[in-house]
Design a protein around this ligand. Structure first.
Ligand code: CAO
Length: 201
């Protein structure tokens, strides 16, 4: 089943642009994908049911956090893996996803760089789309789809204000994850993206 949520990334995107401007000379760059990976790791820690895989009749809970991301290449879709993403900062993750995506496009990914993921993110945000229903990358039990953020009028209780909204689509295997839990996971990810200070809570 796929569950949809919009995350208000107005402040996060402003922060990302500001930090990238500050680091222009060093060549280091933050991407929205890196923040998404960090937010998902936090959500997997909060909701361990998502950090699991189905092995025959057994459900295996993972204590590590390997996050896969879909990469579009001239030879089709490949899914490289950022290992131990919980132990890496956003700059490190952004650099690693950049390197893995380049290797993927060049057809140079080693099999070990595409194995062992706990959870997958499929980001079409650089291309477009409003929402989509990604298919779970078995034996994982959930995948997060992301589309292009857009400025939308959001009611703040007094007036409509323009906010940058990021569409999230979480597909979860209903044999393992109920709808209430999936929606809690989505809400948590959206809250983290709306205010990254929540990562410290
Ligand atoms: N909303 C709006 N803009 C976004 C965005 C989003 N959600 N995500 C990225 N962008 C912007 C980026 O900011 C970037 O602009 P700047 O260069 O000005 O910063 C631009 O789009 C290009 O981003 P990108 O997509 O090249 O880079 P990325 O790090 O966001 O993503 C990767 C890397 C590998 C995920 C991406 O290149 C890719 O291959 N996406 C396709 C995945 C796919 O095919 N999924 C479907 C699989 S089937 O389920």
């Amino acid at each position: 089943v796929t569950y949809h949520e919009d995350a208000d990334i107005t402040d996060l995107e402003a922060f990302r642009v500001q930090v990238n401007r500050e680091n222009e000379k060093s060549g280091r760059k933050l991407t929205m994908l890196a923040f998404l990976i960090k937010a998902c790791v936090n959500a997997l820690q909060r909701f361990p049911e998502f950090n699991a895989s189905i092995d025959g009749e057994n459900l295996v809970y993972k204590k590590y956090f390997h996050i896969a991301f879909a990469a579009d290449t001239p030879n089709g879709l490949v899914v490289p893996v950022v290992k131990n993403a919980d132990r890496k900062g956003v700059f490190e993750i952004a650099a690693e996803t950049g390197e893995l995506a380049k290797k993927a496009r060049d057809g140079k990914l080693a099999p070990t760089e595409m194995q062992g993921a706990c959870f997958t993110i499929s980001s079409l945000g650089g291309i477009g789309g409003t929402y989509f229903a990604p298919i779970v990358n078995a034996p994982e039990v959930a995948i997060l789809g992301v589309n292009k953020s857009a400025m939308k009028p959001v009611w703040d209780g007094t007036q409509f204000v323009p906010r940058l909204m990021l569409p999230l689509s979480l597909t979860a295997d209903h044999r393992v994850i109920d709808g209430a839990l999936a929606t809690r996971f989505n809400v948590h990810v959206a809250q983290l993206l709306a205010d990254m200070r929540r990562m410290m809570l």
